[in-house]
Design a protein around this ligand. Structure first.
Ligand code: ADP
Ligand code: MG
Length: 353
């Protein structure tokens, strides 16, 4: 990716440590390293510094994060209007690549937890969704796939101007569209069907994750909290009331891990009102036999149900769904319609930002 590296001034990486950043406290821990709240002695402001593990694979991926984020910041969002975190600096310290970001607030997972996993008021769901979409328009235009969109990677912006806001962070798994190298990407609950099934992926995978996030912000719990990939897929089929198309299943590399081919479809073979498929999802027993270990089916956090029922009755906002006011009904219908466009199995039919 030499064209990307152009955005990183490699000389900067080698500059001598100036003891510019003073660690105040640890903010978070992830696969790539640790994030510390620091005092920037040069600008007299707090910053968040991500200290990358000193192993080559993490270093390489972090260079990618620096490249993509500087491109996004400088070229696609010079005026900081599109809800993407700002990178302020990067340097090498004791063999650790460190990236300094503007200091943001809690992540959306922490916010939901504080709210006893009851979900947010619709007005906040709307505001946050619009802002995340704004960020996704920019990443799509830049040809960048975030690859790890989830509540932990969306941070509340400090309330400087009183208005509630969020920013997308963590481009540590991101890649360029058309230069997709890894097949094992996205966090499981937010993993798109094409990644699960091993089908070529595009920026549309971020829109799937986005749909999962919007639903979670409203209901307060993950939409597809599967204990395994098989479990995630079963939940998708149950909640969406259908399965990926035969065309997708035929082309995907991992279909055999989840589905059994039960025959071809001949014209005139269709059953009234029931889409007929050449594939059926494996039973738990079949998965068990195949994997020689018990499939992790996990527990349901809420009763199994269709998407519309879920939205109309959760999260205890209005326990008797039948007694919703007319406005609430209209809002729920609109939300279900919006989610249907996002958690759509077919990446080509799925809504773009
Ligand atoms: P990883 O790639 O290891 O997941 P992240 O960049 O997502 O690293 O950071 C891990 C956690 O650190 C985040 O979920 C968040 O809670 C915290 N964090 C990261 N960046 C910031 C920031 N700019 N301001 C405040 N907290 C942050
Ligand atoms: Mg993260």
């Amino acid at each position: 990716n030499s064209d990307l590296i152009l955005y990183v001034n490699l000389e900067l990486i080698n500059k001598k440590s100036e003891r510019r950043y003073v660690i105040i406290e640890m903010l978070g821990q992830g696969t790539f390293g640790q994030v510390a709240k620091c005092w920037d002695a040069e600008t007299n402001a707090y910053v968040a510094v991500k200290v990358i593990k000193n192993q080559p694979a993490f270093y390489q991926q972090a260079i990618m994060e620096v490249s993509l984020l500087s491109m996004l910041n400088e070229k696609f969002d010079p005026d900081d209007q599109h809800h993407i975190v700002r990178m302020l600096d990067f340097f090498l310290y004791q063999n650790h690549l460190c990236i300094a970001f503007e200091m943001l607030g809690h992540n959306l997972y922490e916010l939901l937890k504080r709210n006893s996993l009851r979900g947010l008021q619709l007005k906040y769901v709307r505001t946050f969704s619009r802002q995340i979409l704004d960020a996704l328009v920019v990443t799509k235009d830049a040809g960048i796939i975030h690859c790890d969109l989830k509540p932990e990677n969306i941070l509340i912006t400090p309330n400087v101007k009183t208005a509630a806001g969020v920013k997308v962070i963590d481009f540590g798994s991101a890649c360029m569209e058309g230069k997709t190298i890894y097949s094992y990407i996205q966090s499981r609950y937010y993993r798109s069907p094409e990644v699960l099934l091993g089908y070529p992926y595009t920026t549309a995978i971020d829109m799937w994750s986005f749909g999962c996030i919007v639903a979670e912000l409203y209901i307060g719990l993950p939409l597809f909290p599967g204990a395994s990939e098989y479990d995630v897929l079963c939940r998708m089929i149950e909640i969406l009331g259908g399965q990926p198309s035969d065309d997708l299943l035929r082309e995907a590399k991992n279909t055999g891990r989840f589905f059994k081919h039960v025959g071809s479809i001949y014209p005139g073979n269709e059953v009234q009102n029931a889409p007929i498929s050449a594939y059926r999802i494996l039973t738990e027993e079949e998965v068990e036999a195949r994997e020689s270990k018990k499939p992790k089916v996990g527990r349901w956090y809420f009763p199994r149900g269709r998407l519309d029922r879920l939205i109309f009755t959760y999260p205890w906002k209005n326990l008797n769904g039948e007694n919703l006011s007319e406005t609430e009904k209209t809002d729920c219908l609109a939300l279900v319609d919006f989610l249907r466009g996002l958690v759509e199995f077919d990446p080509n039919k799925r809504w773009s930002p």
